[in-house]
Write a protein that binds this ligand. Structure first.
Ligand code: ASP
Length: 330
């Protein structure tokens, strides 16, 4: 009798423990919330899922080797920056003048150190430069030519701006310019943001980090800076919470979205999922914006809310198991 009871108890608690472990992650990434269903043919989906998997594998390899969360974030983002499917690094979108202007930021939750770059156009991997700004300069945010001068002192790879030219992004700009000309500027803006990349990670010492990298929004005006490189808006991490956002950046700036989520978690002690949902799915849409975010807590709890047709995303469970997803409910 006792044995039978013990078996049942073990079975019930075993399942509960397993499902809890599956709900916890050490690395979460996104590749943008601007998924447009009609563009998601099986070939594109497969390539994107493969890229997300590769980014998760490389990020997780850092954690497994005992490296800090910052290394996992940097490694995962660099993979996505090199993949033309995402609006960051190689696949960055074009601004109104047909140029690429890239933004990125990284933050260390344990120390609140942060680094960002905005409006760079020759840096192959802006996340690496953001990290250098954090670690090797007295500054937090560097812009344009000055940031690229600094890159030279840091042995960060610079490329010819032509490196960022891709047919797909060029066509997207042409479509947006046509919509502009037809007076549909708001529609063009709404559809112009997608494919930004980001990562949040938790290392073996319980430290969190967050990073984001983007080409911004198609057809943006020369000099426009979005939320991604702005600490607190698109990127934020503290001891209990790490966030990378993606979406219509102006609204993330106005709601200081990433910081707002973390304050709700760390200071107001709201459940992480509830805090993330509220900012992304209530506050931002209330103002007319849209998008998503990835959020990770110090206990591995995470959330990936979005209010668009999908968000490219993935996570690594504490056991090392990898998941990737695009559409709601996956
Ligand atoms: N948030 C980015 C920006 O506004 C765009 C995106 O996430 O797709 O620059």
């Amino acid at each position: 009798m006792y044995r039978k009871f013990a078996t049942i108890v073990l079975a019930v608690f075993g399942v509960a423990a397993m499902s809890q472990a599956a709900d916890r992650a050490v690395l979460v990434i996104h590749g943008g919330a601007g998924v447009i269903k009609r563009e998601m043919n099986p070939g594109t989906q497969k390539a994107i899922r493969a890229a997300l998997t590769k980014a998760l594998e490389q990020g997780y390899a850092q954690l497994k080797a005992g490296k800090p969360a910052l290394d996992a974030v940097t490694a995962a983002i660099a993979v996505l920056e090199d993949d033309p499917h995402f609006n960051a690094g190689k696949g960055a979108v074009f601004n109104h003048d047909g140029k690429n202007e890239l933004d990125a930021a990284i933050m260390d939750g344990a120390t609140l150190r942060a680094g960002g770059v905005a409006n760079v156009h020759r840096v192959k991997n802006p996340i690496l430069l953001a990290r250098s700004v954090m670690e090797h300069s007295p500054h937090v945010l560097m812009f344009g030519d000055g940031a690229e001068e600094f890159a030279k002192t840091q042995a960060i790879a610079l490329v010819d701006p032509k490196y960022f030219w891709t047919e797909k992004r060029w066509q997207e700009l042409q479509d947006a310019l046509k919509q502009d000309a037809a007076g549909q500027h708001a529609d063009a803006e709404k559809e112009g943001h997608f494919g930004t990349v980001g990562a949040v990670a938790l290392d073996k010492d319980g430290r969190l980090a967050a990073g984001t990298s983007t080409g911004g929004m198609t057809d943006k005006r020369f000099g426009r800076v979005g939320d991604s490189p702005i600490i607190g808006a698109g990127t934020y991490a503290n001891a209990g919470c790490a966030v990378s956002g993606t979406g219509w950046g102006e609204f993330y700036l106005r709601t200081v979205a990433a910081h707002e989520i973390c304050m709700r978690v760390s200071e107001m002690h709201q459940p992480l999922k509830q805090a993330a949902e509220y900012v992304i799915n209530t506050e931002i849409p209330k103002l007319g914006g849209d998008g998503g975010a990835i959020v990770l807590g110090a206990d591995g709890e995470f959330a990936t809310p979005f209010n668009t047709e999908g968000m490219f995303r993935g996570w690594v469970e504490q056991s090392g198991k990898i998941h990737v997803a695009i559409f709601p409910g996956e």
